[in-house]
Design a protein around this ligand. Sequence first.
Ligand code: ATP
Length: 338
Amino acid sequence: MAEGLLEIKNLKTSFRIKDNYYAAVDDVSITVNKNEVLAIVGESGCGKSALAFSIMGLHNRAKIEGNILYKGHDIANISPAKLNKLRGNDMAMIFQDPLTALNPLMEIGDQIGEIVSLHNKNLSKSERKAKVIKLLNKVGIPHPERTYKQFPHELSGGMRQRVVIAIAIANEPELLIADEPTTALDATIQSQILDLLNELKEDMNAGIILITHDLGVVAETADRVAVMYAGQIVEIADVHTLFGDPQHPYTRSLLNSVPNAAKDQTKLHVIQGIVPSLQKLPREGCRFGPRIPWIDSSAHEDNPVLHEISPGHFVRCTCYSQFSFPEESKEDQSHGVS
Ligand SMILES: Nc1ncnc2c1ncn2[C@@H]1O[C@H](COP(=O)(O)OP(=O)(O)OP(=O)(O)O)[C@@H](O)[C@H]1O
């Protein structure tokens, strides 16, 4: 049975712009289990990073409402000192761009060693070095002794991301948040890093939140997937259900806009429009409604909620049951005519 690690309840993260607060994460409830990768997908600006930063307590000036229960303790409402202790020890984050995450003027060994010592104050110098070398080995760095003495600019992008992962796992966190960890890498290296995340999940029995806009990455790595649009979760399901039986119009549009060599696809679907800016987000009704104007407004709920349509498969707003792509309706009509 799945063992719970993180439970987020009705999380709302709002940023102040001029005199008002605007929610970038709006009433999000999700759970993450041990030994599980939960992917969070969605277009740029839908609130993925704002969600991750809220969990890690990294927002300076945002207003956070709701509960973030980590092993039963509400970390949305604890002191900065307690949160700081959890960060790095129990939970860690892998950032998007390894070059900005690393100190360009410090040798790799010292950078990892610093984090190791932060949470193990009594280690001797040689014990600390041995632990760093072990970590470099664990993340697949081929010559750890050499890398120990190198600076970030002397490593390839893939190796730098491995170093960032080594720092994140230095204290064997139980919760790992990876925010677009492979965006800056080419396809082969990307695949190696994703394999590494999966190994870490198994080895450390960790719960991983993987934030990405890349559905290929999701298919390769995730156990469950939450699709986010305009600050809300619009669909959540296990990875097989999400790819095999997607229901929300946004999920279906995302999947239809990705080339699929296995399908006989002549045209890719283009999702019209963009995620509106924070101040212009529609806050009432179905937030995706304006981007599927061919669907009758009566198909939408006034206050869309998540419906559990099969065990563990949730979809927001009733419009999913009446949704089809304009291309599909045209095909139906032409079949009728012939
Ligand atoms: N500190 C901030 N102050 C004001 N608005 C912010 C702040 N951080 C994020 N936003 C806004 O909140 C919304 C969500 O941003 P967020 O970075 O979470 O999106 P994202 O889905 O992670 O996008 P990307 O994939 O591009 O990183 C966007 O409209 C963004 O402009």
